[in-house]
Design a protein around this ligand. Structure first.
Ligand SMILES: [Zn+2]
Ligand SMILES: [Zn+2]
Length: 189
C-alpha cells in the first residue's frame, strides 16, 4: 500500500476529531502539530460540564450556535491548559476558520494553517494571515476514498426528517424513515 503523506495523516486526524463534535450545525476538527508530532486536538463542542447541542438542540443567537467552543480554540486551549507552547506550530483544520478563530490562531503564534474545506473564508482573515506571515494551504483528504462528510450528511438527513415531522407527515412513516436513516449511519451511534 502507498505510504500516506504527513499532510494526509494529520488532516485525517482532524476529520476523525470532527466526528466527536456535539453541535448539529457543523462538525469541525482541529489538530495542532509541531515537528511532525501531534501536540493537541479539538472539535467544536460545549463548555465542559454543559449540555450538548445533540441532546438539547443548538442555542441559536443571531443565526449562530453560541453553545460551542470552536475546534481551533479548543485545541489551542488544550495547549494552554497543559502548558504546551503553540508558537511556531502548525494547525490542520477541517473547515476554513471563522474570523475570531483566525485571530486566535495568529495570536497563538501558529505559523502555518492547513484547511480541507473552504467555509465562508473571510477576506479580512486572509488579510490578517498575510500581515502576520501565517502561511495557508488547502489539503483535502484524498486517499482510500474515505468519506469525510458522513456527519454532515447525517445531520442533513436528521433535519429533513425533523421537517417532515413538523409538516404533519404520518408518525409511523417518519419512524420508519428514521430507522432506515440510522441503519445507514451505524458508525455514528
Ligand atoms: Zn450547536
Ligand atoms: Zn471559529
Amino acid at each position: 500500500m502507498e505510504r500516506i503523506s504527513w499532510n494526509q495523516y494529520f488532516m485525517s486526524q482532524s476529520h476523525l476529531l470532527a466526528l466527536r463534535s456535539t453541535c448539529e450545525r457543523l462538525a469541525v476538527g482541529a489538530t495542532i502539530v509541531r515537528e511532525k508530532r501531534v501536540i493537541a486536538g479539538g472539535y467544536n463542542g460545549s463548555v465542559s460540564g454543559s449540555v450538548h447541542c445533540i441532546d438539547d438542540g443548538c442555542k441559536i443567537i443571531d443565526g449562530h450556535c453560541v453553545r460551542t467552543i470552536h475546534a481551533e480554540v479548543n485545541a489551542i486551549l488544550q495547549c494552554a491548559k497543559f502548558g504546551v507552547p503553540t508558537k511556531g506550530a502548525e494547525m490542520y483544520v477541517t473547515h476554513f476558520p471563522c474570523l475570531n478563530c483566525c485571530k486566535t490562531i495568529i495570536q497563538s503564534g501558529i505559523k502555518k494553517l492547513f484547511y480541507a474545506t473552504d467555509y465562508k473564508n473571510h477576506p479580512y482573515a486572509l488579510e490578517l494571515f498575510e500581515d502576520a506571515g501565517v502561511e495557508i494551504q488547502q489539503v483535502e483528504v484524498n486517499y482510500l476514498n474515505i468519506d469525510t462528510k458522513t456527519k454532515d450528511k447525517y445531520y442533513f438527513i436528521s433535519s429533513l426528517l425533523h421537517k417532515l415531522e413538523e409538516n404533519g407527515v404520518e408518525e409511523q412513516e417518519v419512524k420508519r424513515l428514521k430507522e432506515e436513516a440510522s441503519s445507514l449511519f451505524t458508525s455514528l451511534e
